[in-house]
Design a protein around this ligand. Structure first.
Ligand SMILES: Cc1cc2nc3c(=O)[nH]c(=O)nc-3n(C[C@H](O)[C@H](O)[C@H](O)COP(=O)(O)OP(=O)(O)OC[C@H]3O[C@@H](n4cnc5c(N)ncnc54)[C@H](O)[C@@H]3O)c2cc1C
Length: 533
């Protein structure tokens, strides 16, 4: 894998200024696809990424190094009141470098909701499926044919025992050795993340990459963006020098991810703040349980996620009680030890059974109801983004209900004890005991541990009268040469893991933008665009 035309701002002297056709800010799911398509269109593209360029040679399957190197805020990002732990990538490839490869098309229920509630045209099943099919082929997305690892098998066993449905997850891998360390970067380049697919392809097509370079702010001139300011980052990921480079470009694409993209807009002067900018940020809040199994599970080994269940996802209708998707996440010792939040002997007692732990989680689909308004991104006094996410009563109900289901499933799978991830919970020895205890657990932020690796919204798109930040082409309203192409576009959460939704929707938007800029997007993509219109 080669990365020509790359400048590392922490080690090399950055240029004082540079002029390009188009800048892509961020190199994750949205930025990778946008950079590939727009560079293949013949445009002179610059990719700017605040994280480091790390490759398979650096990925040693060690949590200690990976979290510090590859994740936002050393994998310790939290919502403002510290109630929700947030995992996001911060490196070339963005969150795709560290994600777990589960790949789902956006559900029809979600697309229909966007159309009816946000007046979003051109994003229905029929219009998007060809774009998802393109992304699936490009990134080798296919059902995982290898038997699930023991951790995922336990989820399937429990669901089977209770008569509840489950399916096999599709993954974006090629030559996967079933190692189980996707979250610390794939050491054999099997995961088809942006790091090994679209970013190298963009560089091959003449794009330039600045790593450890953070976009500080946009240079706004009335209804146009003249360019942007970059700061250099040091090798520890801290700002080394502010405003070292001025970038002049005809068009700017923000793909800094949910939280990152709204933050850039908020840091820039003269940006209209009357829209939903920063608001409607969704997380798929996650509840989780640990089941102590009689046999060893070794939940760190094997494809991280391969079984899922939508039994409870749309149960009460799209706009009814918030539903949830069930999956089995990988467990690695450091992050698990942190999640268990115990001390001394008690912690030791828990962790000594680590090899027997099976984990399952519920992803709550937030945003489909007037009571589920999501969070709001704002800036702290240093200009860093912060997310205020207040957990609504409706979300609490879904979190509590999902804990009950996860526990029941784990006992049905043969667990000898089940520990809901809650500060006041302990291992319960039977489903009846657990049910009674869980019903009494307080739904308060300081006790109920909630996590998320899926951040969406904050710059949502929509049609007329939707108070959206962007229009249906991804253009920021009122600014002719600024687009958003990443997960921050979504007006609600998705109800499925987000990467494939971002790949497909950004492929559509980038192709459209290439055409509008008078460039020549790849023929296969133009054919899809022409077929749909
Ligand atoms: C541990 C983990 C596991 C996951 N597992 C799955 C999974 O199995 N399936 C799935 O579908 N999804 C998964 N996800 C989520 C998925 O990877 C993300 O939803 C998706 O990558 C988001 O794409 P994005 O383009 O919006 O942002 P990102 O991919 O996060 O990319 C944004 C990039 O912008 C950079 N950036 C931010 N601000 C700036 C700035 N000011 N200047 C320059 N650069 C900036 C960031 O460093 C980052 O690299 C997982 C995520 C994590 C963290």
């Amino acid at each position: 894998m080669s990365y020509p035309n790359t400048t590392n701002f922490s080690e090399q002297t950055p240029p004082q200024s540079i002029t390009v056709d188009l800048v892509v800010v961020g190199s994750g799911a949205g930025g990778g696809v946008a950079a590939e398509i727009l560079s293949r269109s013949g445009l002179k593209v610059l990719i700017v990424e605040e994280g480091p360029l790390r490759t398979s040679a650096d990925f040693k399957m060690r949590e200690k190094e990976a979290y510090a190197d590859l994740y936002q805020e050393v994998a310790s990002r939290q919502t403002l009141d510290k109630s929700i732990q947030i995992l996001q990538g911060r490196c070339v490839g963005g969150s795709t470098t560290v994600n777990w490869t589960s790949s789902f098309r956006t559900p029809s229920q979600t697309l229909d909701y966007w159309q009816s509630e946000f007046n979003l045209k051109g994003f229905n099943r029929e219009a998007l499926d060809p774009w998802f099919a393109w992304a699936e082929q490009r990134l080798n997305i296919a059902p995982w044919e290898v038997p699930p690892n023991a951790n995922n098998q336990k989820l399937a066993d429990g669901l089977d025992a209770l008569g509840w449905s489950h399916q096999i997850i599709r993954r974006n891998v090629n030559g996967c050795a079933n190692l189980g360390y996707c979250g610390t970067g794939c050491p054999i380049n099997a995961k088809q993340s942006m790091l090994v697919s679209c970013i190298p392809e963009a560089l091959k097509n003449g794009a330039q990459l600045f790593s450890r370079a953070r976009v500080e702010s946009l240079i706004v001139n009335g209804a146009k963006i003249d360019g942007l300011w970059l700061s250099s980052m040091d090798k520890n990921g801290q700002v080394k020098q502010k405003r070292v480079t001025k970038v002049v470009a005809k068009h700017i694409v923000l793909s800094a991810g949910a939280i990152g993209s709204p933050a850039i807009l908020l840091r820039s002067s003269q940006i209209d703040r009357r829209s939903s900018l920063g608001k409607r940020t969704f997380l798929h809040p996650v509840s989780a349980c640990i089941g102590r199994m009689p046999d060893k599970v070794n939940a760190y080994q094997g494809a991280p996620q391969s079984v899922y269940s939508d039994e409870f996802l749309w149960r009460d209708g799209v706009a009814g009680e918030l539903g949830y998707k069930l999956e089995a996440p990988p467990l690695h010792p450091t992050i698990s030890a942190i999640m268990l939040r115990q001390h001394g002997d008690k912690h030791f007692e828990l962790m000594k059974d680590f090899a027997h732990f099976h984990a399952s989680l519920a992803l709550i689909r937030d945003g489909f109801n007037s009571e589920s308004v999501g969070g709001e991104v704002s800036l702290d006094s240093y200009g860093y983004p912060q997310l205020d996410y207040q957990i609504s009563d409706m979300t609490w109900r879904a979190l509590k209900d999902s804990l009950l289901k996860l526990t029941e499933i784990q006992f049905a799978a043969g667990a000898k004890g089940v520990l809901p991830i809650h500060m006041d919970a302990s291992f319960y020895g039977s489903w009846r005991q657990a049910e009674k205890a869980i019903k009494a657990l307080p739904t308060v932020t300081s006790r109920f541990q909630v996590m998320s690796a899926h951040v969406m919204g904050g710059c949502h798109f929509g049609g007329e009268n939707s108070n959206s930040v962007c229009d249906s082409s991804g253009r920021v309203n009122g600014l002719e040469n600024l687009s958003v192409m990443d997960g921050s576009l979504f007006p609600t959460s998705l109800g499925v893991n987000p990467q494939l939704s971002i790949y497909g929707i950004v492929a559509k938007l980038a192709t459209q933008l290439g055409k509008e800029l008078g460039a020549n997007p790849p023929e296969d993509l133009v054919r899809i665009a022409d077929m749909i219109s």
